[in-house]
Design a protein around this ligand. Structure first.
Ligand code: HEC
Length: 139
């Protein structure tokens, strides 16, 4: 029995250990991460005086440290990324993000965690530029 499942185990482990390629990371950012940030975060976190100095419109502005020295996005480490702490805070915590009627779903939070775990790939140029997306929920 064990001999029959061993090759399967090896296959599964080998696959999950393969790091995603650059184009896979770019695809993940464009189809998963960018839409959620644009829909739920960028309407507040933009411009020259964003709260609390977190501007999520480009890689250069998003990968900064907070005033307390913690990183909002720490590649490979979702648990030490303030962005993840903020979307995971429950209830009516004043730093529960997004600061709107809607919270992110478990799936969306899981997706952001996975993105950071995989190195938080954020492309340069147009692909990596975020703009607020209006919707009935956030305006
Ligand atoms: C309606 C406006 C608004 C929206 C939408 C919003 N934020 Fe914020 N965000 C704020 C404000 C205001 C603060 C400062 C809160 C404070 O310091 O009391 C803040 C603070 C933060 C912080 C710092 C938290 C800390 O512990 O210091 C993070 C990280 C953050 N936001 C991420 C996000 C993310 C990610 C989203 C989208 C899922 C989002 N925000 C959506 C207004 C917003």
């Amino acid at each position: 029995m064990i001999l029959r499942i061993l090759p399967v185990l090896f296959f599964v482990t080998a696959c999950s250990l393969l790091p995603p390629s650059r184009s896979e990371r770019e695809h993940y950012f464009l189809t998963q991460v960018k839409p959620v940030l644009q829909q739920h975060c960028v309407q507040c976190h933009n411009g020259s005086l964003p709260p609390p100095a977190l501007n999520l419109t480009s890689k250069a502005t998003a990968f900064k440290r907070s005033a307390t020295g913690r990183q909002y996005i720490l590649p490979d480490d979702p648990d030490c990324s303030l962005l993840i702490s903020a979307v995971q805070r429950g209830g009516t915590h004043p730093k529960m993000m997004p600061r709107t009627e809607v919270s992110l779903t478990e799936d969306q939070i899981g997706m952001l965690r996975e993105w950071i775990e995989d190195g938080a790939y954020w492309p340069e140029g147009e692909a990596g530029r975020l703009q607020p997306k209006k919707s009935a929920e956030n305006f």
